[in-house]
Design a protein. Sequence first.
Length: 374
Amino acid sequence: MASLVQQRGLYYAQFYDSAKHPQRKRVPLKTRRKKTARRILGRAEDKYALGEYDPWTDGREHELFGWEPAPEKDLSTLGRAKAAFLASSSHLRESTVRTYREVLRLFVRHLGEAFKTRKLRAEHIQDWIGGKDIADATRRKYVNHVGYLVRYLVEEEWLEEDISKDVDVPKQVETPPKALTRKQQRKLIHAIQAHHQTHAGDGRYGIYPYLLLLVRLNPMMGLRRGELIRLRWDGGPVTVDLEARTAHVTCDDDFATKQGRGRVIPLSHTAVELLQHARNEAPGGCTYVYNDSAEQLKPSALSHAFCRFKRQAGLPERINLHSTRHAFGTRLAEAGTPIHEIKRLMGHSTTSVTEQYMHASPDQGHYYVDDAFN
């Protein structure tokens, strides 16, 4: 029927008929995107087969094909590409976009706003990170974030392949996630309870019922800090449904998850019992599950309170508030939960992020091996 031809970045539909003169007729599709070109080509072939279109005599191709391609994005320079990529990432969390913006600002400044996108090579990224006196972890972070821009350009067909994969960066030493173990969890609970029992009647000292609930509950839910402080009984982006035994994490105008999409977390019977008790004890009119005198918690106050009792409990310095989330992923892996299910429940972007929990729990696959071969 017809074939797709690319010339100087633009796509054409090339028809062939030995009875025609010339035998080959090339029709401009007016797009640089291969996916778009294939779509137009398919419609052109259909109309040509039905006798509704003759590329040798007819004009008005796009009108006849019944589809007009979207205006082409001008990503010809790094400056324009950076601006377009950041605009396409606006649905992500503000902190994520802020990191993209800062790393790409440094990279684009290194090569120049007017640097031609199609000339970008792995060597340019390599030279950029090679000239910086930074830690290996920072080098990996920089290449990773520039890689998002590169893959965006590949998707928009301004680059042919992901050149960031060819950049040589120091390998990361695989270490288990900083998960709160059950033993550490018990020590932390005892430290908070001891403080409460000692100072419960003394107005000079704060008590931390919300922290006690969090240390018990979050290893069964795996929420991030921003999600924890927004967890409500109803009416918010992060809510619990005790009747359905689920927690819902969504996005709204004031809050976005790290990956910009929501998830549903099933709650165990133990988690529901803890939540039901907390709701019965909650101050009147308070909608937040974790609250300080009926008020929403501040992120910094929550982290500081956790660190205070972590030290009182004698836990390693590497343990932090996020360790309660790591505990959720690690315990799921220990129970033999498939990696894609852990990814979904934790809201990870890719399974490569989830793989850290598989390394932390190497025995989790025994169930599947025994079931298959014994």
